[in-house]
Design a protein around this ligand. Sequence first.
Ligand code: EPU
Length: 342
Amino acid sequence: MSLILQQRVSLKSCNSFGVEARAAWFARVQSVTDLQQLHADPRVRDLPRLVLGAGTNVLFAGDFDGLVIQAALPGVQELEPSADSFLVRVGAGQSWPALVEQLVRAGRPGLENLALIPGWAGAAPIQNIGAYGLELAERLHSVSVWEAASGACRELACEECGLGYRDSVFKRDRPGERIVVAITLRLPQRWQPITKYAELERELAARGCGQPEASDIFEAVCALRRRKLPDPARLGNAGSFFKNPVIGRSQYAELIERFPSMVSYPLAGGRFKIGAAWLIEACQLRGVTRGRVGTYEGQALVLVNKNAASGREVLDLAREVQQRVQSKFGVSLEPEVLIVGA
Ligand code: EPU
């Protein structure tokens, strides 16, 4: 009996912004049996559901009047390899940064560019987490989900997950109806370093790593992230608050003419990804303080809880940032973070 179901629970320790909010009901599940038991419970069966991992990519702008399920299923297990990959099945509740480190040290490289991304493994496919030139999509074999409709588990191949830039079918299609219980990673048997990301390339060069091993990339990415991103244990935040916007060719041409220093990267199909941090900074919004919240001095894309702020205050700042960027550049910033209870 591992299922814990409680009423009126504070979510403060379950979100990296560290804001106060309440869940009408809260359950921490550690097995599929727990999920089935929860699903059969008349007190919560018909309530709206919110699935949480470590709460590192969510902003509670208010209370959640439903059932919060923390998917804490444990376990890391290596399966029979496929022709070209090592396959590792990981429970949704496993810490992502600990997993990456464990695999690199155990001679199973492939995730090192995704080092130190906070959160649990089960959330990785929801956002298709990505950093320093690698997205989860390139290392994901399949996702095991529990479905409310059938009350049973199903295995989705990576191709069925609709993974895109910080996006997946789990995010778009009936969130709360499908709960990730485990993911299976596919790690290359013939590993090649991924060093095309300019900032990472520079860091490796500065460390004198001409032909980097996976552990060199791991260390370099950890150093970059520690330098650039605030530690949520000290300053509440959820990493990048907004996605980097993607715009078409004509809007790009017009903007780059007016703002030649704008940070941008060409994408396939003639579209361009614009650095959201650059846009925000150009609006003089890097390192600003609004009461108890602000934008991080070292990285304008990160909104921070400076001192026991409410989620509402963070949301107000997010809206100010969106409005300023919209009116200066005509570009809309889409939150990357899930906003709950607004
Ligand atoms: N870019 C490239 N190639 C490069 C360098 C940058 O394509 O060589 C692109 C990036 O993909 C990004 C833009 O240029 O779209 C700006 O890059 P920057 O390095 O300034 O990163 P960022 O926008 O601050 C993004 C992610 C971070 C991730 C870093 C490092 C988003 C919203 N944020 O941040 O992810 O760690 O790149 O790769 O995409 C997060 O999602 O919470 C997060 C911290």
